[in-house]
Every structure is written in C-alpha cells, then in structure tokens.
Ligand binder design. Structure first.
Ligand code: SF4
Length: 388
C-alpha cells in the first residue's frame, strides 16, 4: 500500500496568510509540466512496486491546470505506478477557478474526491484572508461539484480570525452543515514567518491574531461537529463515518509515498526526502540522473541536487510516530511500539505518559494513548514530552 502526491506550485495570487510553496504566475507552467513528467518517470521505482491506493493533487492551486493537463499527469502516473482501480484520487481546488464544465471534466478524468478551499462563508473573513472568491460563489461551487457527480467533497475553513467572533464562527459551521458534506478540515489561523499577513500585522496595518480566539473557536468546533455525528479523527479533520481522507491517514500510518514537484516530500519507510521549494531550481535546466534531478545552471541546493534526503534513525522514527499518531483518534499503540521498535521505546513512552495522564492531558485505554478532544489543539507540545 502506498500513495502519490503531486505539488502544483501555481496560484492566481498569494493569499495573505499562506505558508505553502507556490508562485503567483503561470509563466513557467510548460517547463514545470515537462520536468514533472520526467521526475515521475525517473522515480518510478521509488515505491518498489507497492500498490498505490491514493493519489493527491495539492498545491498551490491544482485547479489552475486544465483538465487535459491533469489528465496527462494522471496517465503518466498510471503508466509508471500500479494504481489500484479503486484508488482515492483527490484534487485541491479554489472556488475562483471552478465552473460546472471544469468539474464535469475532473470527474470524468478520474478525480473522485474534491477538496475546496472555501475558508469562510463570510465575506469580511475572506477579505481579511485576501481570498479571491466570495461566499456566494463558494456555495455555488459545492452545488456544481454535486451536479458534476462528486459525492466525496471536503472543504477547508479557518478559525481564530480577528474579523470573526464566536457567533460568526458558529454560523460558519452551520453553513457547512447546511451543505450536507461528509468531511471538514478546519485550521487555526497561524502567522507563518514571512507571510504577507505577518508583515502587515508587524507594521500595524491590519488586525492582529489572538490565540485565545483560536482556543475558543476550537472548543465550538469540537462540540458542534460531535453533535452533528462527525468523527474527530485528526486535530483539524472531521468526517462522517468511513469518509476520512485515505491519503492523509496514510501519512499518520507511516505508509510509503512518493511526492513530485517543488517542495513535495517523499517517504519510503526508512528515509524522508523533500524536493527544493523553488520552481526556478526545479525547472532550471534540470538534468536527469538515476537519483532524480540535478541542476546544471546554479541555484543548487547544498548537495547540488534538487532534493534533500535524510535516513531516519529508530529514535527519529519513534518521535515521528508519537507526533503523528497523537494528533489522531487512533492514538499511540504501545503494543505496536514494542513489536515494531522494541521494548525500550514502549517503556519510555508509557513512563513519560504517566504524569500527563495524572494531569488529565492524556488518556490510556487498552494499551492506546489518546488525547482528549479539547487537548488535541496542544498535541505538538504534549508529543514533545513523550519524545525520545
Ligand atoms: S490558494 Fe492556497 S496555496 Fe495559493 S496562496 Fe492561497 S493559501 Fe496559498
């Protein structure tokens, strides 16, 4: 079992809060598609013949590509990897790029899960975030997606916004429920280093972000989603039973995956590698070698390649397992730790967990360590206390 991720690094413009790698220009699209094609071919052995169960087009804004361009990428993936006929094929889309015709095209080329970046159903929030769509168009896109034949639809919302309050956030969630969708990803607004929003706040040009608002909104989120029968399966993700993102779940289960395109990460079970976060370097006269792509004309990463690689030690794999699984409803399985990594790791984890359990920050049931709903927002800090 394995997954494929394709990073499409283009956006129509840069949203103020964005921390993802993308460029606000399509100028190098042709070169990108050419190098991407080659990268897929050159790394066809990366997953060692493992069957692919999920394909994910992320970005950036994958829906800026034409249906035919996405179809060509998918065909190339089919030609070089063994993709299960029942594979989950997700595409991230922004409302300002969607039309009914486009969505019909996506559905017929094989995309079966759509992730729409709505972020809010209130226009004052959307203006603050410098999104390109309005709430009316966002709803229209969900209607078109259904008409085009998508039933596996998820949307993103952002909470903790200074333009919103508890009531507005609660109404935002009601708008989501009215649409009857099976999945929601909800993220706290974070100030990414060097984002436009961070700079604007530093200069006093826009409203600052208050962490307490995010904690308040998270409480509302957890409560309302549970009332509506959604499973809280990861800090930021909620689904109707059986409708979780199979692709994202595979990251939390340590499934191997290959990532293509600038800034894409890959994992083969023993090592991680990540492509350079630069379209310039990715396409810049890429020269092929058996290990991937190297750059001829400067712009090299430290080791002269277009990706960096790290072989993970057992201790690093333990830390990753703890960090990733603590964020999920599946929790840390002490029996798995013992069998896969050894007794010293399961014992260390259990020992470190005791004070956290006593403080009510962690629970243990049948050999599994979980975070309670309201503690999920603090998962990273709690995980650090369990690290090796
Ligand atoms: S659309 Fe997404 S990736 Fe593009 S700039 Fe906005 S937040 Fe970033």
């Amino acid at each position: 079992m394995s997954g494929l991720y394709i990073h499409i690094p283009f956006c129509s413009s840069k949203c103020a809060y964005c921390g993802f790698y993308s460029v606000p220009s399509m100028k190098r699209k042709g070169e990108f598609l050419d190098v991407l094609k080659h990268e897929i071919v050159s790394r066809r052995a990366y997953l060692q013949g493992e069957k692919v169960e999920t394909v994910y087009f992320g970005g950036g804004t994958p829906s800026l590509l034409k249906v035919e361009e996405l179809e060509t990428i998918l065909k190339n993936l089919h030609d070089h990897f063994e993709i299960d006929p029942e594979a989950e094929i997700t595409l991230e889309a922004n409302p300002d790029t969607l039309s009914l015709d486009y969505l019909v095209g996506l559905r017929s080329m094989g995309v079966n899960r759509l992730s729409i970046g709505i972020q809010s159903f209130f226009d004052n929030d959307l203006t603050y975030l410098s999104r390109r769509h309005d709430s009316r168009h966002a709803r229209q896109c969900v209607g078109w997606a259904r008409e085009a034949g998508f039933d596996n639809i998820t949307i993103d919302l952002i909470y903790g916004l200074p333009t919103s309050d508890a009531e507005q956030w609660s109404r935002n969630l009601d708008c989501f429920f009215e649409l009857g969708l099976p999945h929601l990803s909800a993220y706290a607004l974070t100030l990414e280093p060097n984002s436009i929003l961070t700079k604007q706040i530093d200069l006093g040009k826009t409203s600052p972000v208050n962490e307490e608002d995010a904690v308040r909104d998270y409480g509302i989120l957890c409560q309302k989603m549970a009332q509506q029968g959604f499973q809280h399966y990861e800090i930021s993700n909620f689904c109707k039973p059986g409708m979780h993102s199979r692709h994202n779940a595979s990251y939390w289960f340590g499934t191997p995956y290959a990532g293509f395109g600038p800034s894409a990460h890959s994992y083969d079970g023993k090592s991680r590698q990540w492509n350079v976060s630069s379209l310039e370097q990715y396409v810049g006269n890429g020269e092929r070698n058996p290990e991937g792509l190297t750059d001829r004309k400067g712009g090299k990463t430290e080791n002269g390649k277009l990706f960096e690689k790290e072989i993970l030690t057992l201790e690093q794999r333990y830390d990753e397992y703890v960090m990733l699984r603590l964020r999920t409803m599946w929790g840390i399985d002490l029996k798995y730790l013992k069998s896969a990594m050894g007794e010293r790791f399961s014992e260390h984890c259990e020992r470190q967990a005791q004070p956290l359990i006593a403080q009510g920050r962690l629970s243990q049931r049948q050999g599994i360590l979980f975070l309670n709903d309201e503690q999920m927002l603090f998962a990273d800090g709690i995980a650090e206390e369990l690290f090796w």
